[in-house]
Ligand binder design. Structure first.
Ligand code: ZN
Length: 215
């Protein structure tokens, strides 16, 4: 077996173990609570290749990829045991401290008031404009130095709603059908190759994980 294929397979096994440790349902807006005993700091913990890794950090890696050095994964929901990828965002150690202090002082902040918010009002306007022009989320995200998921959240009205007024752009690509997904999952289970399964069935990786969470 090639190294890449083995890595894909290991990742699939890890994903399976990861989801076994979460209390369902895997709803995008609700917290996904880790079912095992937390660390003294209150975080979930996962054992991977003989090492312990905080469960919310693993969730980030599985859904979005590697975490750059020195970057903390923070919770927008303030629930340390939560591993819902949609409730996580990147920040620095300093952000974490400032966030705690600010939340204690002011309650939850939003939008630009948020201390580690990367975006400013005019950047949100730019995301909206480019989104409405039909540009790819990926390209907008790369230019602004934010994640594709953040761009999607803005354009779907899940974040910065007070600036955008709600849903700005309707879904870009055709919806993945249940048949398409079950075909992709079948190929994946047989071959252990996510890329191949997604390529053959013409669905993107994000949709595949999204459906996997709900299957
Ligand atoms: Zn949460």
């Amino acid at each position: 077996m090639s190294k890449r294929k083995r890595q894909e397979e290991e990742k699939y096994i890890t994903i399976g173990r990861f989801y076994d440790k979460i209390i369902p349902p895997f709803n995008k807006s609700k917290c996904w609570i880790w079912r095992e005993v937390p660390t003294s700091g209150g975080y979930g913990i996962f054992s991977l290749n003989g090492k312990s890794i905080p469960a919310h950090r693993l969730s980030w890696i599985l859904h979005f990829g590697e975490i750059p050095t020195g970057i903390e994964i923070l919770h927008s929901c303030d629930t340390r045991l939560c591993v819902n990828p949609y409730h996580l965002f990147q920040g620095t150690q300093g952000d974490n401290v400032r966030d705690c202090t600010k939340k204690k002082r002011n309650g939850k902040s939003r939008g630009e008031d948020h201390p580690f918010s990367k975006l400013k009002d005019e950047q949100i306007a730019l995301v909206v404009k480019r989104g409405q022009n039909g540009e790819k989320y990926k390209n907008i995200a790369a230019d602004l130095g934010i994640s594709t998921i953040s761009v999607g959240d803005i354009l779907r009205g899940n974040s910065w709603k007070h600036l955008t007024g709600g849903v700005v752009v309707r879904r870009q690509r055709p919806r993945t059908t249940p048949e398409q997904f079950s075909l992709a999952r079948g190929i994946f289970q047989k071959t252990g190759n996510i890329s191949e399964a997604c390529r053959v069935t013409n669905i993107n990786r994000g949709s595949f994980y999204y459906w996997l969470e709900r299957s």
